[in-house]
Ligand binder design. Sequence first.
Ligand code: AP5
Length: 216
Amino acid sequence: MVFLGPPGAGKGTQALRISEKFGFPQISTGDMLRDAVVRKTALGLKAAPIMAAGELVPDQIVTGLIEDRVTRADCDRGFILDGYPRTIQQAGALSALLHNLGCPLNRVVEFRVDEEAVVRRFSLRLTCRNCKAVYNKVFNPPRRADVCDKCGGELYLRDDDREDVVRHRLSVYRSQTAPLVRYYEEAGLLSVIDADQPIERVASELEALVLQNGKA
Ligand code: AP5
């Protein structure tokens, strides 16, 4: 499955829940890139200023990351792509890759949200440095301030969550990623989730969708 939607729509929050419940790995290009930035690899050094500015990292870089990741053994039963593809070019590369693996794309879920609500969510987001779990100071608070419930890791505010960068990321989404909604609708693969609903409600609709697709 592909989770598609603007920054802050809740893709990571829900991908982690589905991953824990059904055992499919969550594959987040954002997390992979942030790891490379922390480790100061050549890729990380190239990606860091692009991500800090809220722009997209070049297609061939992220597609290379995905190619390496989805061929690992834990992806044999399926996986969730969180934040990939993000351009028509990436969607074409994904389609070719899945075709070669003999593993067709099952469903694309569009997380539809109000942009102003998203801007408010970001100022309240906390992310675990260690396991990448996502919290929200109001809607989904950790039990202890600044400590991850799952692994005890440190919670932090992401560099690209400043309001000006968030607004730029939203405009990049509108111009470069939103065309994928029509692309996947025309392919008959799109389902839309109202991601303005509370986290639990979004989660139960998604679980129903996963089960329905498992039967198809
Ligand atoms: P990435 O890490 O993918 O960021 P993003 O898509 O912008 O998504 P976010 O992680 O910000 O939001 P989300 O939808 O996962 O929401 P979350 O669950 O955290 O990408 C970062 C950067 O990496 C990009 O800008 C780009 O530079 C680069 N990059 C990554 N992939 C790339 C690609 N394929 N191509 C090129 N470049 C790429 O939730 C947000 C907050 O809201 C949290 O606090 C959460 O608790 C809260 N929340 C979630 N759901 C709800 C709800 N229903 N109600 C209330 N609050 C909620």
